[in-house]
Ligand binder design. Structure first.
Ligand SMILES: [Zn+2]
Length: 302
């Protein structure tokens, strides 16, 4: 999925869909007769499915913005870029959850971890063991554990049930507050070092962040595009990034067709790309009963 520095390809695609592995398996699986008719009719998306899709998409976009920030500002790192991008995305959602405790940002991180758990439990990394071993991302089980640890570590009282439900080992749970503090400190350092100071956010000119939508090709894509457009997810995220970081050049947030389920930062075209195929894969997985259970549990804890 990562084609950086390929000899015949100068464009740098940092491809890092949060659930790329499971997503691909789901999309490539032939549809059953029942699923085919369902897709043709494009039924309404349930509330839990919406939370799952929007949560995973938001995390993926924040993760890709993490890459854009790291690359554009040449941020020094002491670990893998992928893990640093995860840190930026997770800390963003948790801090938003603290500021707006009833807005569902904690759920967004929770359902992202759930998608990682699915990849792990379904054994989808087993077939591509080589890819998983040499991938720049941590294994899905590790990403799952880290995201939940950060969530629990940010507020053990509020998210104690998360550690319990996940059967988090005590020895890891004890370190989660430290992990959270380190992650938050690193993210805030990046923001304070490379971001626009709050006092200048309204006056300082910043490179524009535009939004583009490729035309949906069928009823299912239309439904998913509306889900994102209706919430103005790309517009709001772009605006937030534009006022927080003075990127050296303009960039675009784009909903596009990619032929594979993915999301990526394109260094040459300066695009954060969200693929329709990724949303389709997320929509399919969101039909699993555990998605509803997890979303309901998060909502009960608000
Ligand atoms: Zn990435």
């Amino acid at each position: 999925m990562v084609s950086r520095h390929a000899a015949a390809e100068r464009r740098i695609h940092i491809a890092c869909a949060v659930i790329a592995v499971c997503a691909m398996a789901l999309v490539l699986r032939p549809l059953s007769a029942a699923e085919s008719s369902t897709a043709a009719e494009a039924p309404a998306i349930s509330s839990a499915s919406e939370t799952f899709i929007v949560g995973n998409v938001t995390f993926a976009l924040l993760h890709e913005f993490g890459h854009a920030i790291i690359r554009d500002f040449d941020v020094p790192l002491l670990g893998l870029e992928e893990e640093s991008a995860d840190t930026i995305a997770a800390v963003s959602l948790i801090r938003l959850d603290v500021q707006h405790p009833n807005a569902g940002f904690g759920e967004m991180l929770g359902v992202t971890a759930l998608a990682q758990a699915y990849v792990w439990k379904a054994g989808l990394e087993r077939e591509g063991a080589q890819v998983a071993l040499w991938a720049q991302h941590g294994l899905s089980a590790q990403r799952y554990a880290r995201l939940l640890c950060l969530l629990y570590g940010s507020d053990a009282k509020r998210f104690g049930w998360v550690a319990e439900a996940a059967e988090m080992q005590e020895i890891r749970a004890e370190s989660c507050e430290d992990e959270w503090n380190i992650a938050e400190r690193g993210s805030l350092w990046v923001r304070d070092t490379y971001g626009i100071p709050p006092s200048q956010r309204s006056s300082r000119p910043a490179a524009e962040i535009g939004v583009k939508y490729a035309q949906p090709l069928d009823a299912n894509e239309t439904k998913l595009a509306k889900l994102i457009q209706g919430r103005q997810l790309l517009e709001k995220l772009g605006q937030q990034m534009q006022t927080t970081f003075a990127f050296p050049e303009s960039l675009t947030l784009k909903l596009s067709h990619c032929r594979i389920p993915n999301a990526y930062w394109d260094d040459e075209y300066r695009e954060v790309v969200l693929c329709y195929e990724l949303m389709e894969a997320l929509a399919k997985y969101s039909q699993q009963p555990e998605v509803t259970k997890v979303v309901e549990r998060f909502r009960a804890g608000r």
